[in-house]
Design a protein around this ligand. Sequence first.
Ligand SMILES: [Ca+2]
Ligand SMILES: [Ca+2]
Length: 148
Amino acid sequence: MKKFLIMLIAAAMLIPFAAAADDFGTDAAALNEGYTITWINSEKQNDYQTKSVYQTITQGETDWIYKYINSLTTQLHIDLNWGDTSNSLRLKVYSPDGHTFGYYYDNSDGSINGRIQFDINNPNGIAQGKWRYEVYGYSVSGIEDYYI
Ligand SMILES: [Ca+2]
Ligand SMILES: [Ca+2]
């Protein structure tokens, strides 16, 4: 009887996972593949879909910024720009489908310029839904303002 109960509990625990896997669909598996990063260390025009968010940060503070992708697109442009090279911010990006990008620092793009700028590309389409940007005050004196 005890063994039966354990099996029942195990079965109950499996059901939500199975349902989630079905909802995800087989085609979605292909969407998880093929992410690449393109670094940008030159000035680039703001002719992207990205709407800039203004924020401030201090030493040790973490800001969460959310970006919603609601249609099929193969590229997400990310531009964390604080400008002051004496302060250092850190960035990590979480995709809605469980991928992470980073940690990235000012010099990750090959240029210490108070800016971390790159594209996340996926020829199959980047994941739609809520993208999360984790901005961290890595080495900040005073209050640093930034756009992302
Ligand atoms: Ca803040
Ligand atoms: Ca940089």
